[in-house]
Each structure stands twice: as C-alpha cells, then as structure tokens.
Design a protein around this ligand. Sequence first.
Ligand code: NAD
Length: 251
Amino acid sequence: MTEFLSLDGRVAIITGGARGIGKAIAETLAQRGANIVVVDLRKELAEETANEIAAKTGREAIALEADVSNQESVKAMIKAALEKFGKVDILVNNAGITRDGLIMRMKESDWDMVLDINLKGAFNCAQAIVRPMMKQQYGRIINISSVSGVTGQAGQTNYSSSKAGLIGLTKALAKEVGSRNITVNAVAPGFIETVLTVDLPEEIKDFSIKMTPLGRFGVPQDIANAVAFLAADESSFITGVTLHVDGGMVM
Ligand code: NAD
C-alpha cells in the first residue's frame, strides 16, 4: 500500500524556494518523495538549499536561477527543469515580496514590482507549465496567497491586491484546466515567522497574535504541511479553494 500523502516519483518546482516558507515547502515535498527544483533570484542560496535538501532527504534537488516576473527567464527555467527531470507534476508559486507604504506615499515602482513578482510571476510560471501538465493529464498548482489578500491590510494596497489577485487566478485557472486532471489551489498564510515579517513593528506583531485564536505566530512548516496535502493524490477532488493556514485569524 502506498504511504499516505506520498509524493514518490513526483517532480516539484518551488519558486522563491531558497529560504523561508519556500524552503520549508521544498524540504517537506522532498521528504514525501518528490524530486525538487528550487527556483530563486538568489542563486547561491538556492544552491545551498537544494544541496541541503538532497543531503537530508536522499531525493534529487536542483537549483535554478530565475526571476518569476520575467517571462523569458521563467520559460528558460521551465525548459531546464523539463530537460533535467522529463516532467513537472507540481508547481508552487511561492515567490513574493512586500513594498509596504500608505497609498499617498507609495511609488508607482513599488506597486508595479509587487504586482509583477507576486501576481504576474504566478501567471508566468503557470502559463509556462500548463501545456506539459495538460499533455500528461496530471498537475498540481498551488499559489501562496496571504491573509492580507483576503481581508486587506492598511499600508499594503499593492501586496493585498496581488494576493487577492492570486485567489482570482486560482479559481479561473482551476476552471480552465480541471478537465485535464490538474488542480489549482491557494494557501493563505497568516502571520508566519520569516525574514519577511521579522522587522515588523512590535505593535503590529502584538496585534496579530491578539487576532489569532490559536494565540501564536505560524512557522514555515505549518504552510509546508498544507501544501504537501494539496500536492498529494489524496486531495484530487479539491480545486479552486483557498486554504487558510492562519491560526483562525480569518474565518
Ligand atoms: P522570504 O522573503 O523569506 O522568501 C521569498 C523568496 O522569494 C526569497 O528567497 C526571494 O529571493 C525569492 N524571490 C523574491 N523575488 C523573486 C523573483 N522575482 N523571482 C524568484 N524568486 C524571488 O519570504 P517568506 O516569508 O518565506 O514568504 C514566502 C511567500 O509567502 C511569499 O509569497 C509571501 O508573500 C507569502 N506569505 C508570507 C507570510 C509571512 O508571514 N511570512 C504571510 C503570508 C504570505
């Protein structure tokens, strides 16, 4: 009998996989049996992460440098992944940034950069992988959204828009590709302890804990566990959903 939530024989691409939540996702999918492509702007860190994952799990893990906001860069990355492993079963669109500021002070470049990486980046990667997934009649696309995309967050008009956009992208694409046995889901993390959140003002951190019924911040592993479920065969009748992994912050 196959092990529950086994990813044996699967190949997974994780964007922004060099550190933080993406790294935890990459490592967890490898532990479940998948071979891993760590995609990141940070080439050296991505290589370090891929080597660490391969050593820990005994799976194959490679690093590919790519900027998800750049279509040519994404196409080259997908081509290299397909050349290496012959297929891609799982795409996790995790790469994301913040450029916070009140709208009156937000530079156009901060709006563009956040939307280009967080939302268009997911579009670029999904568009480049959907044809091979359709051909193989199997695919799992998981988009990392955010609680900010569900409730909106002051000072984050750009980030909240990008993360809400990812939820729309998830639903629309789920409808487009469902007949080919490809599922598309989103995970909306609450407050997770990573370098993205470490420098937030203490009052925002205190407020976040107060708003979280489970009374703690999340850790990257909390998100990785949810992604592993959505990546596995056991979730094959789930598509178009946004799974909130936020300690109950949004309900
Ligand atoms: P992080 O900054 O630690 O990791 C993000 C990774 O993405 C980095 O390795 C970075 O180099 C990479 N990256 C950035 N731009 C890229 C690009 N253009 N192309 C390729 N790679 C790029 O952040 P994290 O906290 O691990 O966040 C991961 C994801 O989870 C993000 O999408 C973030 O919005 C989302 N998220 C995080 C939290 C949180 O509390 N940390 C909450 C909700 C959602």
